[in-house]
Ligand binder design. Structure first.
Ligand code: ATP
Ligand code: MG
Length: 317
């Protein structure tokens, strides 16, 4: 961490959730929210909450949806100096409803919201210049302005001896043009740490089974892969270290959204603080598990002390 803060670039959103389980939004229904959200925002909030130096390059509207997000990030200790406020565009939003099988229907307003206006402002440039690590959320690569900032940040931070992580959560619903996939390949080539969940591992490697995909990516230059398996826990694969598997903690799942973002943030922050992969994986599992017990994607972020207590008192699956 001595080199400088962990930064990320991408969408800040509010999330508004259906209060009933079912398919989509085709009829009037009751909703709850707004909750602070956006995968990059959840990630950076979790880094900050654990006491890691953290900053985000983002854009919100001049509205309450933007203000509630910026205030949360500020309160939790993130550097909000590179969050621009757009005079012309409203803060982005995501409406989400869970289906009975756990699948989710979304209505997104991201590319044509303030989040779509992300650019390399003087404040963003200043944050990049002092950063020590760049975390890339796949979701942000669907925003053309964000991808330019991301590629610039990677180049700048790597030139200073910094590092790069990638959560390849690029959803089909978010793909707007070919640029997203092109930039994805560039980020993957630069990544030191990859944090896929489920089939994202296979897609990133272009290989159809787990062991082969892991081998391909490690040969390609990625140092560490941490695979998220939902309620099956997670696994670590490293170029120079033995595999580690970690069973999930036994918790009652209330809202799974944001688990992967908290997990990744906790893993990275522990590693940047000098913990072993084993210890980082355990804390990451705890961060993911704690997050799913709260309604709202960013409501279940954890301090290091909360993770330590949770690990001590919670049985595993
Ligand atoms: P999302 O994109 O929805 O934020 P993800 O698909 O990237 O999530 P998951 O694998 O769903 O990531 O969750 C990340 C981690 O959180 C898991 O590896 C696990 O450690 C923890 N976790 C998630 N769901 C549960 C659960 N139901 N019980 C216990 N731990 C969980
Ligand atoms: Mg994910």
């Amino acid at each position: 961490e001595a080199l400088g803060p962990t930064i990320t670039v991408g969408e800040i959103l509010v999330e508004i959730m259906a209060t009933t389980v079912g398919a989509g939004f085709l009829e009037p229904q009751s909703l709850t929210g707004p909750y602070p959200s956006g995968a990059p925002a959840i990630f950076i909030d979790q880094v900050a909450r654990m006491g890691g130096a953290a900053g985000i390059i983002a854009s919100v509207g001049n509205d309450d949806f933007g203000r509630l997000n910026v205030e949360r990030l500020r309160r939790d200790g993130a550097d909000v100096s590179a969050i621009a406020t757009s005079a012309d565009w409203p803060t982005g939003s995501a409406f989400v409803r869970y289906r009975p099988d756990g699948a989710r229907d979304f209505v997104f307003n991201i590319a044509r919201s303030a989040a779509g206006q992300i650019a390399l402002t003087p404040a963003a440039e200043a944050l990049v210049q002092r950063a020590g690590h760049v975390h890339v959320m796949g979701t942000a690569l669907s925003i053309p302005g964000a991808r330019e900032v991301i590629l610039y940040a990677i180049e700048t931070v790597c030139a200073r001896g910094g590092s790069v992580s990638l959560d390849p959560n690029l959803r089909k619903e978010l793909l707007t043009d070919d640029g997203a996939l092109e930039s994805f390949d560039k980020v993957l080539a630069a990544a030191d740490l990859l944090l896929p969940s489920g089939d994202e591992l296979l897609t990133a490697a272009g290989v159809s089974e787990e062991a082969g995909a892991v081998a391909r990516l490690l040969e390609g230059g990625i140092g560490e892969i941490v695979l998220k398996r939902g309620e099956q826990g997670a696994s670590f694969f490293g170029r120079d270290r033995p595999r580690v598997d970690c069973a999930a903690f036994a918790v009652a799942e209330i809202d799974p959204t944001g688990a992967g973002d908290c997990f990744g943030a906790a893993y990275l922050t522990c590693r940047r603080k000098g913990m072993t992969p084993e210890a980082a994986l355990l804390h990451a599992n705890a961060a993911g598990a704690r997050n799913v017990t709260r309604l709202g994607p960013m409501e279940g972020v954890s301090t290091l002390a909360e993770l330590t207590a949770f690990i001590a008192e919670t049985p595993r699956r």
